[in-house]
Design a protein. Structure first.
Length: 228
């Protein structure tokens, strides 16, 4: 399937999930995750109307940027090493993987203007997953007061890879509840209006549970083995 056709299918599924949960489909941004595919394939997503693109490694991001004439809104969605902040900071609008104060301080130091950050939360408690323990998130948000170049735009999580829909759903609910807690703090630097949750396998559930950013790779642009 070409990217435009995939996009249409996904938009329809998002619209249905929104309808089922009483939301407007305009509340959900689609981030095309292009990490597996070529710049040409990423270009097809842009041509189909995708505005937001996501990469999880600095090399992949910088390569795509150097090859594309277009200027999509770039999202950095992968684990970010502190020493890599400098190379990506001027190229991305959102960083979805803020998970420690040392990283926040480096972003704060290197930023030339406010950076929209999402705090990555390990909502499932799986040991293999990155992100803050849900219990530590509000304290962390308060610590970020010392970083004036950081805006806490929202929260991000990855659900476990499982067939058990209830496990996935409860993980997304944890994130939504945390968002409410943070918004109750009424911190000017932490509007926290975004929930980055949902990937190819679970975005419909995520949208039903309040996602505002779905990060879709395989189902939208495919992965290398399918494309080449
Ligand atoms: C790769 C990746 C995605 C996209 O995964 P798909 O299953 O291909 O849709 C989403 N989020 C993160 C953080 C990723 O690393």
């Amino acid at each position: 399937m070409n990217v435009a056709e995939n996009l249409e299918v996904i938009q329809g599924q998002i619209a249905n999930a929104c309808k089922a949960s009483g939301r407007s489909k305009d509340e959900v941004k689609i981030i095309a995750v292009t990490k597996y595919v070529s710049p040409e394939r990423a270009k097809q997503a842009i041509d189909a109307g995708v505005i937001h693109l996501g990469e999880n490694r600095d090399e992949g991001l910088l390569h795509k940027i150097s090859q594309l004439q277009d200027k999509p809104v770039w999202h950095f969605i992968g684990t970010l090493q502190t020493r890599k902040v400098k190379s990506i900071i001027d190229h991305v609008t959102y960083i979805h993987s803020l998970d420690r104060l040392s990283l926040a301080k480096e972003i704060n130091k290197r930023a030339s203007s406010k950076v929209k950050c999402l705090i990555q939360v390990n909502a499932s408690g799986e040991e293999s997953k990155h992100g803050l323990n849900p219990d530590d998130v509000t304290g962390f948000v308060q610590d970020l007061k010392q970083c004036p170049n950081i805006e806490v735009s929202g929260l991000m999580t990855m659900a476990p890879f499982t067939e058990d829909e209830q496990v996935i759903r409860s993980c997304f609910r944890t994130l939504k509840n945390l968002q409410a807690e943070i918004q109750q703090l009424r911190l000017e630097y932490a509007p926290c209006h975004e929930l980055s949750m949902g990937m190819s396998n679970d975005f419909k559930i995520a949208v039903e549970e309040g996602s505002t950013m779905v990060r879709i790779g395989t189902a939208l642009v495919g992965n290398e083995s399918e494309v080449q």
